[in-house]
Design a protein around this ligand. Structure first.
Ligand SMILES: Cc1ncc(COP(=O)(O)O)c(C=O)c1O
Length: 402
């Protein structure tokens, strides 16, 4: 039993890491966790009820992505969807070729899956990005050859919020026959309309907890006709593509959460962008604070900066004490001593990456939250800097002002 509670006054600005479960979503899931708990594979009434809920979830999610229900595979989160896409397509295409292409700013679920495949003889090309985290279509063109079987790119970056110019990149891939395109849509899903037909992609991963759905639930869209080898063996669930009793309540919650997020995107995105811009202006007005990622082509609620001469970890701890939950980069990189691979790929030297700060807003972020952040964040950066300067300047090496 976890007894620790979060002060309700805390301002949560880490929505890129995860979002709270939405009340309406929890309410929709509840009957499937209690009275309607059946296994969708069972033939009795309980089972049929669960099957109906799972079918409805699949239909709703498919409609939201402009896909067919049979093209949706429910998974245990974004990482699992990505692993299934990459490994599934790579192994299925092994006879035709072995080149896999991705970018240097992908999530570790992509990069580590690629590194894993490399050990089995796949050739992995990791493309560089520009200062904003965007790929050059020419470089993608040059990397594509007749041995290429898969290209995996992200729609929006989790650490710096940059949106990839996917239209042009996908066109370049489509000029080569037989290359599957996987898109990591995990961060983009809450804020951008995702239409797999319009985007012309073969596979796309999303995760429910990024749009106020439950954690540990994701989905992989797989275009009909794309061959994919299962990575989880056992029962015949998900049309033999992912064995295991389905997380019916989770899948249902995901579909409800995605419907709500899509319906509200038009209103939520500009409101968050305006709040984010206020915060950005106040932070970048400080000396030596630089926005990371693209200044305009970025997720609406996403703010990431490098505050030089500050230590990101110390900053996060101090913000936490002042009632603000923020992060240095991705949730997965936090706590690691490695510099962020994303900021490194954008060309920032290691000492600068140490001062990274990410503040990410979500649908439930209020004006009052941002007022609090405006009062606290710039002041905390300045205070930490003076404390560090005092330590450095003290001629006797005594701890002053720490
Ligand atoms: C861009 C991106 N891809 C994939 C993932 C992995 O998703 P999950 O945490 O649901 O496994 C994340 C999570 O932060 C992400 O930001």
């Amino acid at each position: 039993m976890v007894t620790h509670t979060i002060d309700p006054m805390t301002v949560y600005l880490d929505h890129a890491a995860t979002t709270p479960l939405r009340r309406e979503v929890l309410d929709a899931m509840m009957p499937l966790l209690t009275s309607d708990f059946g296994n969708p594979s069972s033939v009795h009434g309980h089972g049929r009820k669960a099957r109906a809920a799972l079918d409805e979830a699949r239909e709703r999610l498919a409609r939201g992505l402009n896909a067919q229900p049979r093209e949706v595979i429910f998974t245990g989160g974004g990482s699992e969807a990505i692993n299934l896409a990459l490994k599934g397509v790579a192994w299925a295409g092994k006879g035709r070729g072995n080149r896999l292409i991705t970018s240097a700013v992908e999530h570790h679920a992509v990069l580590h899956s690629m590194r894993h495949l490399e050990k089995f003889g796949f050739e992995v090309v990791v493309l560089p990005v520009d200062r904003y985290g965007r790929l050059d279509p020419e470089q993608l063109d040059q990397a594509l050859n007749d041995r290429t079987i898969l290209v995996s790119l992200m729609l929006a970056n989790n650490e710096v919020g940059t949106i990839q110019p996917l239209g042009e990149l996908v066109r370049r891939v489509r000029a080569h026959r037989g290359v599957a395109i996987h898109i990591d849509g995990v961060q983009a899903a809450p804020y951008m309309a995702i239409d797999v037909q319009e985007m012309d992609v073969d596979l796309l991963s999303i995760a429910a907890h990024k749009f106020e759905g439950p954690k540990g639930v994701g989905a992989l869209y797989v275009r009909h006709g794309t061959i994919l080898l299962p990575q989880m063996h056992g029962g015949s669930q998900e049309r033999f593509r992912r064995a295991g009793t389905e997380n019916v309540a989770g899948a249902y919650g995901m579909a409800v959460a995605y419907d709500l997020a899509r319906a509200e995107q038009v209103e939520v995105a500009p409101r968050l962008a305006a709040l984010r811009d206020r915060l950005r202006d106040s932070l970048t007005a400080l000396p030596n604070v630089e926005l990371t990622g693209h200044p305009r082509k970025r997720l609406p609620g996403h703010l990431s900066v490098i505050a030089r001469e500050t230590d990101g970890e110390a900053l996060i701890l101090n913000l936490d004490m002042a009632g603000i939950s923020a992060s240095t980069g991705s949730a997965c990189t936090t706590g690691s001593t490695e510099p962020s691979h994303v900021l490194t790929a954008l060309g920032y030297p290691e000492e600068e990456t140490r001062g990274s700060l990410r503040l990410t807003l979500g649908r439930t972020t209020t004006d009052a939250d941002i007022e609090h952040a405006l009062a606290v964040v710039p002041q905390t950066i300045s205070r930490l800097r003076s404390a560090t300067a005092a330590l450095v300047l003290d001629p006797l090496g005594e701890q002053v002002g720490a």
